[in-house]
Design a protein around this ligand. Structure first.
Ligand code: VNL
Length: 390
C-alpha cells in the first residue's frame, strides 16, 4: 500500500515535470538571426552578431517577463540558404522575429516567409529602397542608399564638381546609389558617367583605367561593407590617388571596420552616411567603448543597426506586454523613436523605414587612427524614393 502510494506520488510529480517544458517554452521569445557569418560578407555578420550580444549583455535576456533567445544562423551570403533557414526558423523553431539580412538579395529571399508566417522581419543591413515594400512585416534599422547618397551629391554640387563618374556594385543598392547621385548632381548642372562593377569577386582595375582616362572632377563609389579596402588598394595601384580625381561616396566605402587599415589613400575622402564610430555624442562614446571592450574591434554601421534592431524588438515586446503576434509587434514598432549611438532616429509609420540624420564626413587621422569625421548634418532624412512616390 505504502509502496503504491509512493508510486502514485512519483507519477504525479513526473507528470508535473513533463508538463514543465511547454510552459517554459511559452515564456521564451525566439529571434532567428540570419547573417553571413562566412564568405565575402562575413564582416557584416560578425559586426551585427557582436552588437546583438552587447545589447543583451547590457539589457538582460528577459523582457516583459519573457526570456529572449537569439538563434544565429549562417546563410554564407547565399539567398537560397537564407530562404531555407527562414522557413526552418519559422516552422520548426517557432521564432517570433526574423532578423539580420546582410545583403539585399538575402533580405528579399525571406520576405515571402515573413508574410506567410506573419513574423516581423527586422532588416539590420540590406539597404535597397524597395525591400520594405516586399512585405508588410519588414521593418528596417539600417538605411537606404538613396537616403545616404543624396547628401554627398549635394555636397559635390556645392563644391565645384561639374563632371563626375559613379562606380557602383552592380545590384540593388548600387543601382539605387547611382540613380540618387546622378539625379541630384545633374539637377544642379553636373554631368555623370556611370560604371557598374560585378558584386562577386570584383576587379576594379579596368573601370579605374576608364576613370584615369576620363579625369572627372570626382569619382563617387558604392561598394558594400567589407569591400572598401579591395577598392582602395586598386585605386592606389592605378595611381588615382595622385590624379586629382576627388574620391567621394556613401560611407560604405570607408567602413569603420576596415578604414584604419586602408592607409593614407583614404585621407580626405568625403562621404555621407548615417553612422561614424567618431560621432561625437555621449551615447556613441559609451557604445563604442563597451563594444571595443567586449569584442576588441571598432563597431561600424552594421553594428549600430544590429544594436538598434535589438532595441526595436525589446521595446516592441514591452509595448505588447510580451505578446508575440506579428501584426501587433509591427504596429508597436511603427513610429517608435529613440536616441541611437548614431543620433536621433525613428521608424517611419508609413514606410517602416528609418528616419535619421545623414552626416557629411571626411576621413582624417585622429589620435593616430583613421576616422570618418563629421562636419555637416542633414537632419531627419527619410528614404527619398518613397517620399517622392506620395
Ligand atoms: C547592402 C547595402 C549591403 C550596403 C552592404 O554591405 C552595404 C545591400 C554588405 O543592400 O546588399 O554596405
Amino acid at each position: 500500500m505504502i509502496a503504491k502510494r509512493t508510486f502514485l506520488l512519483g507519477a504525479a510529480a513526473a507528470a508535473l515535470l513533463a508538463a514543465a517544458p511547454p510552459v517554459y517554452a511559452q515564456d521564451a521569445v525566439k529571434i532567428g538571426l540570419i547573417l553571413p557569418m562566412t564568405g565575402p560578407f562575413a564582416s557584416t555578420g560578425r559586426q551585427i552578431e557582436a552588437a546583438v550580444k552587447l545589447y543583451q549583455a547590457q539589457n538582460g535576456a528577459t523582457v516583459a517577463g519573457k526570456k529572449v533567445e537569439v538563434i544565429v544562423k549562417d546563410d554564407t551570403g547565399t539567398p537560397d540558404i537564407t530562404k531555407r533557414l527562414a522557413q526552418e526558423l519559422v516552422v520548426n523553431d517557432k521564432v517570433s522575429f526574423l532578423a539580420g539580412f546582410g545583403l539585399t538579395p538575402l533580405a528579399l529571399a525571406a520576405t515571402q516567409i515573413a508574410t506567410q508566417g506573419k513574423v516581423p522581419e527586422v532588416v539590420m543591413a540590406a539597404a535597397t529602397s524597395t525591400i520594405t515594400e516586399a512585405s508588410p512585416y519588414v521593418v528596417r534599422t539600417s538605411m537606404t542608399l538613396p537616403q545616404v547618397t543624396t547628401p554627398v551629391a549635394d555636397w559635390a554640387a556645392k563644391n565645384g564638381v561639374k563632371k563626375a563618374m559613379t562606380m557602383v556594385a552592380d545590384y540593388g543598392p548600387g543601382i539605387d546609389a547611382e540613380k540618387a547621385f546622378t539625379e541630384t548632381l545633374t539637377k544642379q548642372g553636373g554631368t555623370v558617367e556611370s560604371l557598374r562593377v560585378p558584386l562577386r569577386n570584383p576587379d576594379f582595375a579596368p573601370f579605374l583605367q576608364r576613370v584615369a582616362d576620363a579625369k572627372p572632377d570626382a569619382l563617387f563609389v558604392f561598394v558594400p561593407a567589407g569591400i572598401g579596402s579591395i577598392f582602395m588598394k586598386q585605386f592606389v595601384e592605378r595611381g588615382l590617388d595622385k590624379s586629382g580625381v576627388k574620391l567621394i561616396g556613401s560611407g560604405d566605402m570607408t567602413d569603420d571596420d576596415l578604414l584604419n587599415d586602408m592607409g593614407d589613400v583614404a585621407l580626405g575622402a568625403v562621404t555621407s552616411f548615417h553612422y561614424s564610430a567618431a560621432h561625437p555624442s555621449a551615447e556613441n562614446k559609451a557604445f563604442v567603448d563597451s563594444f571595443k571592450k567586449m569584442h576588441s574591434m571598432r563597431p561600424n554601421f552594421m553594428a549600430v543597426a544590429g544594436y538598434d534592431g535589438m532595441h526595436l524588438i525589446y521595446e516592441a515586446l514591452k509595448k505588447t506586454n510580451g505578446a508575440t503576434g506579428g501584426d501587433a509587434l509591427v504596429a508597436a514598432m511603427k513610429g517608435m523613436s529613440w536616441t541611437s549611438p548614431r543620433g536621433p532616429i525613428s521608424i517611419d509609420p508609413q514606410t517602416r523605414d528609418i528616419i535619421q540624420n545623414v552626416y557629411i564626413r571626411k576621413v582624417e587621422r585622429m589620435d593616430g587612427e583613421l576616422y570618418n569625421v563629421e562636419f555637416d548634418t542633414v537632419p531627419n532624412v527619410k528614404d527619398p524614393v518613397k517620399a517622392a512616390k506620395k
